[in-house]
Every structure is written in structure tokens, then in C-alpha cells.
Design a protein around this ligand. Structure first.
Ligand SMILES: NC(=O)c1ccc[n+]([C@@H]2O[C@H](COP(=O)([O-])OP(=O)(O)OC[C@H]3O[C@@H](n4cnc5c(N)ncnc54)[C@H](O)[C@@H]3O)[C@@H](O)[C@H]2O)c1
Length: 433
């Protein structure tokens, strides 16, 4: 018999603790307050929009391959479900806490509103560094987390997708655990699944393709094309790596990329295909022989046309934002710019295409996957690519028109659209009882 010892990681803040200043929830609240002010909503509606409908905090024990038992904290937050079921990713990262999950769930609500999907916003997370655990350990964590939050999720209530630290395999485990417990296969409980179990063509690259579509739309406004434009991408994960590849395929020059270990730079352009092979072999962009080393801080300050932060929150704050020399910041990550950083970028004339618009391609194709799974009828890659481009370009033009109408930034305009659509659904449905 194995003797197990219990290791308890630091507990996250209690739900009642005020959000960390400049943390993601504080940023999300400030953005909402700006939109509410433009829309002239009263305090009651503002509070309703600021407050998650449902939250769950679960303990996730894991028996490690060594026999030792460790305990993680898991969360799922449904921020708003007025427009439809909750929709949002599952994040595995050591910095996950309840406030981060709340902020990410709120951003999902506005994002689904901006691209006009029949969803509310949700998000989940487990405070774990997935790189430190084996595949079978991660499978057990995922299955236990899914079992613990089971009453809250479902194809009509709350639909998960991959986020940082999780992938299509994670979604297959969630789908299997949920289905086994219900007694039959329910593919529509998650999106971002492998194709073999009901995934959608184009989902793996959808967020990245959407980033490139909105960048192209923004450049088109000033009579420019992607061809020859210089791009730097922070984060070479699911979003950043494919964004770099698609930018390069569409004629842009990807001059720098990074990950959590460091970055690389080549003024003549990085060979992204070869970089994929290097990352597959070494686990990082660092050490790629076709480029020079560069730090993450240096990457953010490069003199490029387009900067795509596609890693973590809060990287463009009052210090780093003042060093940005890019003309456009296209937010691949959720919440990469703090409120103070946003003000500085605006003052310096940098156009920010906000996360709730720029990275919405993932949830758009997740919606397509959910529709296909509900109908058990799958579309072609071309149909998906065309529908995605249409949604993203339409949303960009709606946001740009709103920005012109109110004389505000693209971020404020996107928030106004997302918040207004959510509030309208809430008001039309009425308050129960
Ligand atoms: N996956 C999606 O479809 C999707 C959709 C919308 C938004 N997002 C957002 O995009 C961001 C990235 O998500 P992902 O799915 O690509 O995650 P991922 O885990 O696949 O990749 C994250 C990348 O960021 C790097 N990174 C982590 N910490 C870093 C740091 N401190 N500095 C620099 N690089 C760092 C990692 O090394 C990795 O290359 C997140 O904010 C996520 O919420 C993802």
C-alpha cells in the first residue's frame, strides 16, 4: 500500500476580497464602467452586468504517478447567460485565481455580444502548471475537475473550450467524462475537440485567422495591405504560433516572436515553418538558428507596424505601454493591456484592436462546431473559413463605425456593443420573478 502525503498550494483570495489593483478583474470592471457611462445605464443594471450569475470553486485532488497526492483549486464562472448558454475556455496556469476567471468570463460575455453569438460568457481554470505533470496526471486532473463542476456544465448550459495550458486532448477528456456520466455521447458539451470526436475543421487556427482578418480590416481603413507589414508576436502557443504563420502566409514580415522562455528577432523575417519544427524539437522558440535572441520586454518595444500580444494578461502596463513603438496593437491574448497602459497607448496614437474583437475568431468557430455537433452535420473547411472571415470583418466594421459615432477608441466601441447587446437581452427577458 502506498502512503500518500497531501501538499496544499497557497489558497487564492476569498471571493469577497477586492480585486487586485491593475489585475484582470480591476481592468475588466474599469472597461465595463466606461461602457456603462456611455450607455447611460443606472446603478442597478451596472451591478447586474458586473456580477457573475454563478460561480463554483472546487478542490481537485490528484494521485500523482509517484503515488503522492496533491490538491489543486478549480473554478468555473458563468458571468452572464442572458443571450444563451455560457461559453468560455478552460485554463491551466499557476496564476489562475477566482478573480482572473471572473474577468475572463466577463470578457467572454462582451466578446460573444460583439460577434453576435447566441451565448453568454463563462470561464474555468485550475491553478496548476501543466508542464510539471505527465499526460496521465493531466487526464486525471481534467476528469476530476469535470466531475466536480458537472452540475454546472452541459451543451445547453455552459460549453467549454481550450485556453492557456489546455488543448483539444483536454476537451476530449472533458467530453468523455461528461458523456460517460450521462450514459451517451454528447459532443456539444465542449468545443475545440479533435476532429475524430466531433471537432470542427478550422477550429485549431480560428483565433489566429481572426486576428489576421481584423488586422487586414484595420489596415484597409488607411489604404494599406498586409503585404510587407512588419509584425511582432508575443507568445508562440495555440494563438501566437498560428497567427505568425498566417501573417507570414499573407505576405507580412514576422520579425519577432517569443514565449515564456524568451524571444527571437530577425529583421528580414522569421521562417515560421522552420520555427515550428524547432519548437516541436526543443519546446521553445529560444535558440532558433535563423534569428537573434531578444527578451519579451524588448519585443514589446520593437519598431514594427503590428504588435500582437498573444500570451498573458497585463503585459502592456503604464511602463511597457510607454515604450511601444508599433502603430497597431492587435490583442491576441485576453486582457494584455491594463487600463493605465491603454491610456498611454491612446495618448501616443497607437491603434488598439481590443481582445473582445481581435481574438473572437476562436469562439466564432467554436459556435460553428457547436452548431455542427448539435446537427451532426459537418461543414467543409472552405465554408468555415468564409463564414469566419465574414463574421470577423463585419464585427470589425461595426466596432469601427461605433467608434466613429461616439468619438471613442475601438475598445470602448467594442465594449459598448457587447454590453448593449447583453443588457438588451436582459431587459427584454425581464427580471424573474
Ligand atoms: N486558444 C484560443 O482559442 C484562444 C481564444 C481567444 C483568446 N485566447 C487567449 O490567447 C492567449 C494565449 O492562449 P493560447 O491558447 O495560445 O495559450 P497557450 O498555452 O497555447 O500558449 C501561451 C503562450 O504564451 C507563452 N507565455 C506564457 N507566459 C508568458 C509570459 N509571461 N511572457 C511571454 N510569453 C508567455 C507560452 O510560452 C506560450 O507560448 C490567452 O490570453 C488566451 O486566453 C485563446
Amino acid at each position: 500500500m502506498t502512503t500518500s502525503s497531501i501538499t496544499t498550494p497557497d489558497l487564492p483570495d476569498a471571493p469577497s476580497a477586492p480585486p487586485r489593483p491593475d489585475g484582470p478583474l480591476a481592468t475588466a470592471h474599469e472597461q465595463l464602467a466606461t461602457a456603462v457611462e456611455h450607455l447611460g445605464y443606472d446603478e442597478g443594471l451596472h451591478r447586474m452586468l458586473a456580477t457573475p450569475r454563478r460561480e463554483i470553486h472546487v478542490a481537485v485532488p490528484l494521485r500523482r504517478d509517484s503515488g503522492e497526492t496533491v490538491l489543486f483549486h478549480g473554478f468555473r464562472v458563468q458571468h452572464n447567460v442572458s443571450r444563451g448558454p455560457g461559453k468560455g475556455g478552460l485554463r491551466y496556469h499557476p496564476s489562475v485565481d477566482i478573480d482572473e476567471v471572473r474577468a475572463l468570463a466577463m470578457w467572454m460575455t462582451w466578446k460573444c455580444g460583439v460577434v453576435d453569438l447566441p451565448y453568454g460568457g463563462a470561464k474555468g481554470g485550475v491553478t496548476i502548471d501543466p508542464r510539471e505533470y505527465s499526460l496521465s496526471e493531466l487526464e486525471r486532473v481534467t476528469r476530476r475537475y469535470t466531475s466536480e463542476i458537472m452540475p454546472m456544465i452541459g451543451p445547453d448550459t455552459d460549453i467549454m473550450a481550450p485556453d492557456m495550458g489546455t488543448d483539444s486532448q483536454t476537451m476530449a477528456w472533458v467530453m468523455d467524462t461528461y458523456s460517460v456520466n450521462r450514459g451517451y455521447t454528447i459532443p456539444a458539451v465542449v468545443t475545440g475537440k479533435p476532429l475524430a470526436v466531433g471537432g470542427s475543421l478550422g477550429r485549431g487556427t480560428a483565433t489566429s485567422a481572426g486576428i489576421v482578418h481584423v488586422t487586414a480590416a484595420a489596415l484597409e481603413k488607411v489604404g494599406e495591405k498586409l503585404d510587407g507589414v512588419s509584425v511582432a508576436v508575443q507568445g508562440f502557443g495555440k494563438v501566437g504560433s498560428h497567427a505568425a504563420a498566417i501573417f507570414a502566409a499573407r505576405g507580412a514580415r514576422v520579425v519577432a516572436v517569443s514565449d515564456q522562455y524568451g524571444g527571437i528577432k530577425a529583421d528580414t523575417g522569421i521562417d515560421v515553418d522552420r520555427l515550428f519544427a524547432h519548437v516541436a524539437a526543443t519546446g521553445s522558440v529560444v535558440g532558433f538558428d535563423g534569428a537573434d535572441p531578444i527578451s519579451n520586454a524588448e519585443l514589446l518595444a520593437l519598431d514594427v507596424d503590428v504588435l500582437v500580444p498573444a500570451a498573458v494578461e497585463g503585459v502592456l502596463d503604464e511602463v511597457t505601454a510607454s515604450q511601444v513603438r508599433a502603430r497597431y496593437v492587435v490583442e491576441g491574448a485576453n486582457g494584455p493591456t491594463t487600463t493605465a497602459g491603454d491610456r498611454i497607448l491612446a495618448k501616443n496614437g497607437v491603434t488598439v484592436v481590443p481582445d473582445v474583437l481581435a481574438n473572437a475568431g476562436g469562439v466564432v468557430v467554436s459556435y460553428f462546431e457547436w452548431v455542427q455537433a448539435n446537427q451532426t452535420y459537418w461543414w467543409t473547411e472552405q465554408e468555415i473559413a468564409e463564414k469566419l472571415e465574414h463574421r470577423m470583418t463585419t464585427a470589425y466594421h461595426e466596432v469601427a463605425a461605433m467608434a466613429r459615432k461616439h468619438g471613442v477608441s475601438l475598445r470602448d466601441a467594442a465594449l459598448i456593443i457587447g454590453v448593449k447587446r447583453t443588457a438588451e437581452a436582459h431587459e427584454i427577458r425581464g427580471l424573474y420573478p
